[in-house]
Write a protein that binds this ligand. Structure first.
Ligand SMILES: Cc1ncc(COP(=O)(O)O)c(C=O)c1O
Length: 364
């Protein structure tokens, strides 16, 4: 069996896959309403929120677009805190819809510096919202969202959070950290195929929504909420993925959120320790290394493309390369969702054999 260890899509347990094979049901009927209400209630528990949670059919990027267009108007100033590819994407969405984006970019591999965010907020009092990526999948770095959120709330700004590769895997108490819109995607820690974005919306975000003038139709939160009250979604949902999510959430609640978070911390630690033992270097600063994805620097003659090919073809282990300017410079091991220590052990075993074949000569 292939060991899929990219940071999403992630492997799905058999029970989840089986649920996907169910016959279709009426998405405007009572059975779907029951499932949707149940899934929404379970998501609230795992998001640690009492606020509204909406299920949107689309990928995570759709959820990010929804966060922007439902809270902002063209011309609004937003501070974009970016530490990689996905932070840049969040900013690009806001820009595309007419926001005045003030970029605050940090070196890839490092976390955002809270003092610099404070300086930016002091410099531009008109800033309405702060966009931040909790876990930057492209670099394997987790921002200190607790600190960032308390700062953003000290300045009374809206906080829009890309938690696509963290929520359900890394601690993120949505209400305690005062996140206004929090976005995640089904194909990450939720052990479900791609197809759904899940978003939590605070009271403050709803209030902003009543004044937000950005164009929106498919991603209209107010419409989604009014349909949810009837146990429906405004548009035909990805019913099979909802079936799958229902089973996955049941499994997650059975395991318990604290245990899930601890399991991710253990597997991540094992991955970091293992690659260092092999003589490799972590790309992310270790104090903020992600518990869902480990990024490894390509050093000492390592040809990343060759490594990924050998792993895929000879060991049935699929890892991810670097994105954009990190292409060829790093590789990434995804360890989120359905992952245990044995999975990481298999990856490390395959790496031990494949690294020298891909040109790596350890100097440490
Ligand atoms: C942090 C982060 N943001 C955004 C995205 C984009 O999500 P999607 O590919 O589901 O649109 C991803 C996907 O890898 C991600 O990891």
């Amino acid at each position: 069996m292939t060991e899929l260890r990219i940071p999403g899509p992630t492997p799905c347990p058999d029970e989840v896959l089986k649920a996907m094979g169910r016959q279709m049901i009426n998405h405007r009927g009572p059975e779907f309403a029951r499932i949707l209400n149940d899934v929404t209630a379970k998501l609230k528990q795992l998001f640690q929120t009492k606020n509204d949670v909406l299920l949107l059919t689309g990928s995570g990027t759709g959820g990010l677009e929804a966060a922007v267009v439902n809270t902002l108007s063209p011309g609004d100033k937003v501070l974009s805190v970016s530490i990689g590819v996905f932070g840049d994407r969040f900013a690009a969405i806001a820009q595309q819809f007419g926001a005045e984006v003030i970029p605050l970019c940090f070196e890839w591999g490092k976390a955002a510096d809270v003092d610099e965010i404070r300086q930016a907020l002091n410099k531009e009092p008109e800033i309405k919202a702060v966009l931040v990526t909790h876990n930057e999948t492209s670099t394997g770095v987790t921002n200190d969202l607790a600190q960032i959120s308390s700062l953003v709330k000290e300045y009374d700004k809206l906080l829009l959070v890309d938690a696509i590769s963290s929520l359900g895997s890394i601690e993120l108490p949505v209400d305690d950290w005062h996140c206004d819109v929090t976005v995640t995607g089904s194909q990450k820690g939720w052990m479900v195929p791609p197809g759904l974005a899940m978003v939590a919306i605070s009271e403050q975000a709803w209030r902003a929504g009543t004044k937000a003038k950005m164009a929106r139709f498919y991603w209209d939160f107010a419409k989604a909420k009014s349909y949810l009250e009837k146990g429906q979604t405004p548009w035909t949902p990805a019913i099979s993925i909802v079936f799958a999510l229902s089973v996955a959430l049941e499994m997650m609640l059975k395991e318990g959120l604290a245990n899930i978070i601890a399991r991710h911390a253990r597997t991540a630690k094992m991955a970091r320790h293992g690659v260092k033992e092999l003589g490799l270097h972590l790309f992310a600063e270790e104090s903020h290394a992600s518990n869902t994805v480990t990024s490894v620097a390509a050093s000492d003659g390592l040809d990343v493309k060759e490594l990924l090919k050998i792993l895929r073809e000879e060991h049935q282990v699929v890892l991810a390369g670097g994105q954009q300017k990190l292409q060829g410079k790093i590789f990434r091991i995804g360890h989120l969702g359905w992952v245990v220590e044995e999975d990481i052990a298999r990856v490390l075993k395959a790496l031990t054999v494949a690294l020298p074949q891909a040109g790596f000569r350890s100097t440490s």
